[in-house]
Design a protein around this ligand. Structure first.
Ligand code: HEC
Length: 108
């Protein structure tokens, strides 16, 4: 079947493709992805990188500001409780956001 032949010949291409993705991700982010960044990418980015909520990256928001908004919530944004995200992870998230660069698309 053509599928099995092409899947063999595509193994290297696939590997190259996947490693390309990994390199892209590594270039965009620091090597050490902390718990805060992971939480941001899993949860907060669903709104804050989709236009539902304002962009947070690259605005030099203070960690305290990010933590306060997340704990208290604002309008359409739900409050995040300690059972959603613990203090250590949230403060790590605040520090992460405070140091981020603006998203590439917004730079130009
Ligand atoms: C369900 C969508 C949603 C999720 C998930 C979400 N946010 Fe928001 N967030 C919003 C919206 C919408 C606003 C703007 C609210 C307003 O001002 O009316 C906002 C505002 C903010 C602000 C204030 C920014 C500003 O310019 O006023 C901060 C800081 C913030 N969010 C942090 C977070 C963090 C940290 C997380 C993850 C723990 C998170 N948000 C998850 C929707 C979301």
């Amino acid at each position: 079947m053509s599928f099995s032949i092409s899947s063999i010949s595509c193994q290297w291409a696939l590997a190259a493709c996947l490693s390309g993705l990994a390199l892209t991700a590594a270039a965009a982010q620091p090597q050490d992805v902390g718990p805060g960044q992971r939480y941001y990418e899993k949860i907060c980015s669903k709104c804050h990188e989709t236009g539902i909520g304002p962009v947070l990256k690259g605005r030099a928001l203070s960690p305290e500001t990010v933590v306060a908004f997340a704990r208290i919530g604002v309008n359409a944004m739900p409050a995040f409780r300690v059972t959603d995200i613990d203090d250590a992870t949230l403060s790590d998230l605040g520090v992460y956001i405070s140091k981020t660069q603006p998203p590439a698309a917004a730079k130009k």
